[in-house]
Design a binder for this molecule. Sequence first.
Ligand code: MN
Length: 391
Amino acid sequence: MPESSHIVFFDTTLRDGEQSPGCTMHPAEKLRMAHQLAALGVDVLEAGFAIASKGDSDSIREIAREVRGPRITSLARCKREDIEAAAKAVEPAGSSRIHVFLASSDLHLEAKLRITRTQALEQVAESVKLARSYTEDVEFSTEDGTRSDPDFLVKMIAIAVQAGASTINIPDTVGYTTPAEYTALFRMVRERVAGSEDVIYSTHCHDDLGMAVANSLAGIEGGARQVECTINGIGERAGNAALEEIAAALMVRRDKFPYTNHIVMTELYPTSQMLSELISFGCSPNKAVVGANAFAHESGIHQHGMLANPLTYEIMTPESVGANATNLVLGKHSGRRVLEQRLSELGYPLTRDQLDTVYHRFTELADRKKLIYDQDLLGLFVHDKAPTLTH
Ligand code: MN
């Protein structure tokens, strides 16, 4: 079975992300974000869930009209009115997709939808066909796919492919799977579903157990060639797989993942920053790739290494993801070398004896304060009479 060497980035910041607590955006904000996602180079942009509200469908339509580059898509349940609303919303787009989904797990079919497996399969066939009557590009998702009976999952996917879906997404809707299990699931499905060689399989992972990015990469290993993800990993509950982390992993570990993609890496940090401004929270400082501390070093041993050669403690440069330069933070774990460098940058080149004195005062101060600012460093000189320390 020939494997594509290109990874499609499907961004759902404006759908799965936006529907989570604290992430609501106004249409103008969604449009601004959509333009930025286009600059970032996402291939598919899920702009919303058209049937959810008039506001949502108007917003998708505006994005479809204004934003060029990514394929614009709307989510739709296996219902005629959903698919019609999605088709209408994405209609002005340069290129569009309709994304239809139905649960494949017995738990969801019985408890939520109250339909039988047979009814579910009928709905999939009808809905994918209806979506295909509006557009060539139809994606089908098996909601709760990772908790479904494998035989039934294969049956449902085969029916969706037969009905004309060209992308098949197997979501880990509740963040339940593990990397090895997810790899095996894609291998099994690709092997058993007829026509799989003409289909792009997709991951959609949630972070309930902190494995969303690892699982997405595991999906790629199993043959998936589309990843669904969000900026800063926002999304339902613990969030979706973070786009910036997947993109960085593919860049840093090209030896493991020799695939191409369209992401403009230097737009990662600006995109993350924009999202933080638009929603009600930013990401935690220790967030991978885009967090404030992602390229900050405080301990003396690490700072010494960084000054000698940044590769000692950084696997990628901050510049490569569009972030500000490496930040050597001065704190109680810092050594003389970085203190000497910072003071020299501030215009205070020190002799060895002077450095000893100032370093001693610095460690006393650092024991009392969590963060040391440049003004604090200058304050170390205030009661020092040595004229050589003036500049
Ligand atoms: Mn989701």
